[in-house]
Design a protein around this ligand. Structure first.
Ligand code: ATP
Ligand code: MG
Length: 744
């Protein structure tokens, strides 16, 4: 069990021996990576070799050797959590709190820069950062005049196109004719331009704009670029394999200083590139030497994280990828033997959740902390079964991703109220709250308010107020809306006088929003009120309302406070860079992992990315990695049979223990007899020979729905030369001659 005071952090492995001896705790290659402080440096190395540790120590080394002041180092991490850990670690080495650092995710750093130079892109420094919901709503409004067939070209699809352009650093002006496709009937670029204009009018930007705007400013304003060139003497970048084009452009602009060496140090692992679907370009790594002539490349080969068996499984799996730089990975741990990686077949997804929770309980009983365990899933939908089971068994857990909380309707509403106070031009926020709780504002009234705002060229709230003052609308609805506007105004007064916590309490109470939930008789209402309380509690951690809103906009991704020991439940993507003693990897089935989407349209490239994701998953484990696959899974309302993932066949046998779970199957079916024969999944044979059995000119496949004259309908779960094994709706399993079976 990890005994450090910071469980699950890749940065803290031992609390002792810090301060001056920080270099002594590194191996010679790592030390070399830190002592070549000047000039461009790329650390290219496999999982768990200490890349992040090198980066952190390098940060401290630069400070301790007096090469730069804390604010003269730009350090980019992939998650806010990693940034926080790095900050703590640096403080630890320095022996004092590290303040005023330029350390954070690309987005957080860019948000900070953009607040300083917002006027260059037509915003003011109090701009709002929109969430995905708002983005889509806005885009829909913008698309209206084009009268596009939205069934064919739905807004989220077009949003994807716009985002990919932004990932590539393309403002609407930079999108070339060649980029134009028939997407949105050939209007994608024009809609993109209109969307950007609308954002500017709202004094808002979306997530992609943070990078795009700042990069555009650095490209076009030599004075601003020069200012940052003089500021940042050193640049440090973690997870470099997952940078996209605009991030790459941003880094290159900042690193290429006239007449000075480019003191940029990037660390990464091509085998862990898992964000190409979000525009990441692993080629950036391969290009490093060309971009920064004279760059040093350091390779690290000793893995300090995982046992021999875990490394063996990870290496065996990733070897199936064609396009690799190729790296050696050997264990650097003293006692690295450990147990084999287990692969368990279970009956269905409920049984899987049970099996994982039982195993977690067992580990806990052996003295492992829950904080040192994680369930890593491929897709969000998988978490539900685990959540239910965890709640049932009372095992404390956290959903890592934070998104969950901030995505809840009541939280979004409350945030919209706050935004409307903070940013009077935030029309989207005002629109969201104007009729929540119900104030009798129907679509027609809303139209009137919009028109009033347009004709006066003022924001929606101001337009509404003007119309009310002039008596343009009357009656109960008008009174209620007037009251809302009044509450927003008094909240601003209180904000100035008594601070944001009191102001927000006043806002949620006086607007009638809390009352709405108190009067709500639905079973969720009490939980929602709890969440709202939690939101106000969270506010108190921030200096101002603006800071809080910025935090929420940025921190939706993987964020969690340390707190008590809890088992973590998160996606594989969210687990990058983290480590745990025990890692559960459920859902290794075709169509789940690799995902159906990859199988349908990802091609070889997509499959290789899925395999890298599997590699990331396995290499998160220090001591135990446990893989699961279920024989059937509920997709929406239906149970669907599923086949073990092809990745399971690729795991080297000498490092793996394969078994099926006995005794917990439903309806008395003995799964080990049916799906497994002599310890080998039947389906692995099936892949070499796509037909399970071919008789009477009918071909049967695993998972086919069939009918038997006597036993009724069922699903094929196994086969041998002449027989099919079928589980019938009654729950019985029968081995039957295929000639009596009819395919449905
Ligand atoms: P990933 O690719 O998963 O991000 P990484 O290369 O960034 O991994 P780290 O997280 O920095 O690896 O390190 C992995 C683990 O090994 C950490 O617990 C770290 O503290 C430990 N470690 C790194 N270097 C050494 C060393 N020289 N001696 C002992 N432990 C080390
Ligand atoms: Mg790392």
């Amino acid at each position: 069990m990890n005994t450090s005071e910071h469980p699950s952090s890749p940065l803290f492995s031992s609390p002792s021996g810090e301060g001056e001896s920080y270099l002594a705790r590194l191996n010679p290659e790592q030390r070399a990576a830190i002592e070549t402080t000047d000039g461009p440096l790329l650390v290219l190395a496999g999982a768990g070799t200490g890349k992040t540790r090198v980066l952190t120590t390098r940060f401290a080394h630069i400070l301790l050797t007096g090469r730069a002041k804390p604010w003269q180092i730009l350090a980019v991490t992939f998650t806010n959590k990693a940034a926080r850990e790095m900050r703590e670690r640096i403080s630890f080495i320095l022996g004092e709190p590290a303040e005023g650092l330029w350390l954070g995710t690309f987005h957080a750093l860019c948000a900070r820069m953009l607040r300083r130079h917002a006027e260059y892109v037509g915003l003011t420094n109090s701009f709002t950062i929109l969430d995905t919901d708002d983005q889509i709503r806005l885009l829909k409004q913008v698309m209206e005049p084009w009268r596009i067939d939205t069934k064919r070209w739905p807004a989220p699809g077009l949003m994807g196109v716009i985002q990919r352009w932004k990932d590539r650093g393309l403002t609407p002006e930079r999108v070339t004719d060649a980029e134009e496709s028939d997407f949105a009937e050939g209007h994608a670029r024009a809609i993109y331009a209109a969307y950007q204009t609308r954002l500017r009018q709202l004094n808002a930007c979306d997530f992609g704009d943070l990078m795009l705007h700042v990069t555009e400013i650095l490209r076009t304003r030599a004075d601003v670029l020069d200012q940052y060139h003089r500021l940042f003497r050193y640049i440090l970048v973690d997870e470099y394999q997952d940078t996209n084009t605009v991030q790459y452009l941003w880094l290159r602009l900042l690193a290429k200083r006239n007449g000075f060496p480019s003191n940029i140090c990037c660390v990464g692992d091509d085998d862990q590139s898992i964000y190409s679907w979000r525009g990441a370009e692993v080629e950036n790594i391969l290009r490093f030497e060309k971009d920064f002539p004279g760059a040093e490349i350091v390779r690290l080969e000793r893995n300090y994280r995982s046992t021999q068996h875990i490394l063996g499984v990870a290496a065996g799996l990733i070897a199936h990828n064609g396009e690799r730089l190729g790296k050696t990975l050997r264990s650097g741990k003293e006692d690295a033997s450990g147990e084999k990686v287990s692969v368990t077949g279970v009956w269905d997804s409920d049984a899987e959740a049970r099996a994982v929770c039982d195993a977690a309980e067992k580990f806990r009983a052996q003295g492992h902390s829950l904080a040192e365990m994680a369930i890593l899933v491929r897709a969000g939908f998988q978490t539900r079964a685990f959540e239910e089971r965890l709640v049932q068994t009372g095992l404390p857990y956290r959903i890592v991703g934070g998104v969950r909380f901030y995505e809840r309707a009541e939280i979004r509403d409350a945030l919209a109220y706050m935004r409307a106070v903070h940013q009077p031009a935030d029309d989207l926020a005002f629109e969201r709250i104007i009729n929540t709780p119900k104030r009798g504002v129907g679509p027609a009234a809303l139209q009137k308010f919009h028109a009033a705002a347009r004709s006066r060229t003022v924001p929606l709230a101001a337009g509404t107020q003007a119309l009310l003052t002039e008596g343009g609308v009357k009656g109960k609805m008008a009174d209620q809306v007037a009251k809302l506007i009044d509450v927003l105004a008094t909240t601003r007064d209180i904000l100035a006088r008594e601070g944001h916590v009191v102001a927000v309490e006043h806002l949620l109470e006086e607007s009638g929003y809390l009352e709405m939930w108190r009067n709500d008789r639905s079973p969720e209402a009490p939980g929602r009120l709890e969440n709202l309380k939690e939101l106000v509690r969270a506010l108190a951690d921030f200096g101002t309302l603006g800071e809080f809103l910025e935090h929420v906009a940025l921190v939706m991704e993987h964020d969690e406070n340390a707190g008590d020991a809890k088992l973590s439940l998160m996606t594989l993507h969210g687990a990058k860079g983290l480590e745990f003693d025990i890692v559960f990897l459920p859902g290794w089935e075709e169509g789940v992992f690799p995902s159906q989407r990859t199988l349908d349209e990802g091609g070889l490239k997509g499959l290789e990315e899925e395999r890298r994701l599997a590699y990331v998953g396995i290499t998160r484990a220090r001591k135990h990695a446990l893989i699961y696959h279920a024989g059937s899974r509920r997709i929406y309302a239906n149970w669907q049979p599923s086949m073990p993932s092809r990745f399971l066949d690729e795991l080297p046998d000498e490092h793996v223990n394969r078994h099926t779970e006995g005794g917990t199957q439903r309806r008395g079916l003995n799964l080990s007899d049916s799906v497994f024969e002599s310890g080998q999944p039947l389906t692995s044979r099936r892949r070499q020979d796509p037909l399970l059995a071919e008789q009477n000119a009918v071909s049967f496949q695993l998972g086919d729905h069939v009918r038997h004259p006597r036993f009724g309908t069922g699903i094929i779960i196994g086969a041998d030369r002449h027989h099919l094994e079928v589980v019938f709706e009654s729950g019985d399993t029968k081995r039957l001659l295929s000639s009596f079976i009819e395919k449905l």
